[in-house]
Design a protein around this ligand. Sequence first.
Ligand SMILES: C[C@@H](C(=O)O)C(=O)SCCNC(=O)CCNC(=O)[C@H](O)C(C)(C)COP(=O)(O)OP(=O)(O)OC[C@H]1O[C@@H](n2cnc3c(N)ncnc32)[C@H](O)[C@@H]1OP(=O)(O)O
Length: 329
Amino acid sequence: MPARPLPVNAIRLDVPTLKQRHKSNFLPRNTYLKPDTKTLKDFKSFGSGSVSLAPRYAPGIALIELRNAEKKNAMSPKMMVDLTRAVGDLETLCKDTEDEKEGSDLVGVVLCGEGGDLCSGFDLSSTPPTKAFHPSFSTQMSTLMHQTLHRLRRLPLITLASISGHAIGGGAELALSCDYRLISPHTRLKFVQIGMGVTPGWGGGVYLQSHLRHGKVLEILGTGRSLGAEELRRLELAEVVDGEKICVREAGVEFLRKFTHDAQGNLRPAHVVREMKRLVSAASGVGTEEEWEMLEKERESFVRLWGQWANRQAVEKFVGTGKGERNNL
Ligand SMILES: C[C@@H](C(=O)O)C(=O)SCCNC(=O)CCNC(=O)[C@H](O)C(C)(C)COP(=O)(O)OP(=O)(O)OC[C@H]1O[C@@H](n2cnc3c(N)ncnc32)[C@H](O)[C@@H]1OP(=O)(O)O
């Protein structure tokens, strides 16, 4: 018997209107994104390095810089707190006001690291093993970094990671949390987590899915192989800037200029660019509550594996041995 078409009233379209999505997904700060005060207190004086925010680095553009160059900008617990504060300050600075003329002129933010490397992940030598491998530590670290990078992703600003060297482990996750990645021909991006006996714990497992097909994501995360500039460009994960060594700050500002200025060199209305970012993010599911639910799953896996035998061995090997043996997958 031929199938009869469904009566029209049997089809329910529960798709929320843009206004509803906008409202539900971009509330100023949802409680699940509020950092735990105990974690901030525990982490704030742990380890070296810092993260700075220059809110008006260039017209319409803020700059966040990771500073721990002697460790390739590895992120200590203290730096995680600094980054959380920087993102919180940006949230406050780009709040829209009723009077658009009074509002913020911020349009974008460049994220970079001192010396050109973005970040080499968690600072493995910042925290003694008794603390680092305590189950509460992985929960605290992963929750804080998930919240902070998710808040960075939800900003109504165009976010760009500018990298001329490495983005490794958590550093690759940091890069993937941004809208764009600007790289040099020498940049290496590596999801080294499999070699560290863990799965991603700062959001990269989820964020990579929003760019690539399932099999490719699995292959990149499941092998931990290094991705060079040519492949990153081909996969549309990054834009490559020519040159031996790029100045990450200036190249980042130059890249964002098309969003801050029109072709005649006039400043664009910042609140409209921010609204455009909100619209595109809502339509593509970036920074939404659904994405947060996937991050919870990622966190569960990371917390289960961190501190287990494979992870301990890899961390101890990194901290205790010479270069040649590191991350030898
Ligand atoms: C939380 C988790 C996650 O993904 O979610 C993670 O992030 S786990 C963390 C994942 N990260 C890693 O496994 C870091 C791996 N690091 C590396 O593979 C390498 O260091 C590169 C980043 C590729 C750079 O290699 P390159 O040969 O150019 O330099 P290098 O190895 O001599 O590094 C320069 C100095 O930085 C230090 N260094 C580099 N990465 C570090 C890290 N994550 N923690 C602590 N120290 C680190 C090195 O020990 C070395 O110190 P000395 O000069 O004193 O010898």
